[in-house]
Design a protein around this ligand. Structure first.
Ligand code: EPU
Length: 345
């Protein structure tokens, strides 16, 4: 069913628990509902929200927010080893991870516990513990709001990169609505323990099932990251910066050992958590917003009543402090939505 509500309160639709509303909220259950939205229904700019677990609402949104309740699992192929399964964009991504692990299908287990919907996971190219969603995506089913047609977008056209995809940019942004994601899972692939923190959980015996890996991942996440059902946050607030080899030498020359990942093109990724930690910002707060102690990449709504100005001020403080000390500019991973959304160092 298509539901259109004006002046909709988004406070319960974002895991940061920011208080804000949008001019119009349109939710839909099936593709036919989406196709029945008339251009005149879309007042102002259009934003497609998911579980709201990667956004910072900086004020009331002056346009239309779309929300999908399309939920299905369709097995489109199974050759005894690989299974192709298409999942509705509105289905909870972690429920899919749990389903895959319970069926002994490898591929999604390292991504366990990440909040959000399946369509949003494909837009954001979510990643954790040495895996990214792009590694298992085959094709996206989309509804083009402009041409009003269904389109299949193959992996090659998604322009996937670190927390980035074609869906975050023109011409797809605000126009191409993902309705389903086709994943490839495997019965034989075995575990991906490339991430040191995860490999450490299996030093005694290597995992025999995706469920064992899922449980280890959920344990590591639970120890470091705030549970969004208990304390408001939007997960990693910043992206891990990628620097040139020269910049990396400059920083390690001054700081000693610096944790890092060497990228294939010679550049170096440094954990933003380490940069923030080194600046002594763990636990730093502005109003009700605070840098999370056990993973300083996360900003939390500590008081439960933090305002977006508190979060934006803390964001500026972190960007400026890291920039002054390391000459590196951190960029937010969390999408800012609403007035005053741009934070400049
Ligand atoms: N670190 C510190 N101090 C701390 C915590 C971490 O210095 O208090 C340093 C350590 O060197 C540690 C490194 O930061 O080894 C990396 O920390 P972690 O393994 O937690 O990973 P991350 O790079 O900070 C990324 C993702 C997370 C994902 C983890 C695990 C981004 C922006 N974030 O964080 O994703 O769960 O790896 O794979 O890439 C998210 O996107 O919301 C998210 C939580």
């Amino acid at each position: 069913m298509l539901q259109i509500i004006d002046n909709y309160d988004l406070s319960g639709s974002n895991t940061f628990r920011m208080k804000a509303s949008c001019r119009r909220f349109i939710s839909y259950d099936i593709i036919q509902d989406l196709a029945s939205i008339r251009p005149a229904d879309l007042t102002g700019p259009v934003f497609h929200i998911g579980a709201g677990s990667n956004i910072l609402l900086t004020g009331d949104y002056p346009g239309t927010v779309l929300f999908s309740r399309i939920k299905y699992y369709d097995i489109l192929g199974d050759n005894g080893d690989e299974m192709l399964v298409e999942v509705g964009a509105g289905a909870t991504f972690d429920e899919f991870c749990s389903w895959a692990a319970s069926k002994h299908l490898w591929g999604a287990e390292n991504l366990s516990g990440i909040p959000g919907q399946t369509g949003a996971a494909a837009v954001q190219n979510i990643g954790a513990y040495g895996a990214e969603v792009k590694d298992i995506v085959v094709r996206l089913q989309c509804f083009n709001l402009e041409t009003r047609r269904l389109e299949a977008i193959p992996l090659e056209k998604c322009a996937y990169a670190y927390r980035d995809s074609a869906f975050k940019h023109e011409p797809f942004k605000g126009k191409m609505i993902i309705t389903g994601v086709l994943f490839r899972l495997s019965r034989s692939k075995g575990p991906n323990l490339s991430y040191k923190g995860l490999a450490r959980a299996f030093t005694q015996a290597s995992p025999k099932s995706p469920m064992e890996v899922r449980e280890a991942v959920l344990g590591i996440r639970g120890a470091k990251l705030p549970d969004p059902s208990v304390i408001g946050s939007a997960g990693s607030f910043f992206k891990n910066p990628v620097v040139s080899p020269e910049d990396f030498c400059r920083i390690s020359g001054a700081e000693g050992e610096v944790p890092h990942f060497d990228l294939p093109d010679g550049s170096v990724k440094i954990p933003a958590a380490w940069l923030i930690d080194r600046c002594g910002l763990k636990g730093a707060s502005v109003g009700g917003a605070q840098v999370w102690e056990s993973q300083p990449l996360v900003i939390v709504n500590r008081s439960g009543s933090a305002s977006s100005s508190d979060v934006l001020a803390l964001e500026s403080l972190i960007i400026n402090t890291v920039n002054e000390r390391f000459n590196i500019i951190l960029h937010p991973e969390v999408e800012h939505l609403g007035p005053g959304a741009e934070v400049k160092p």
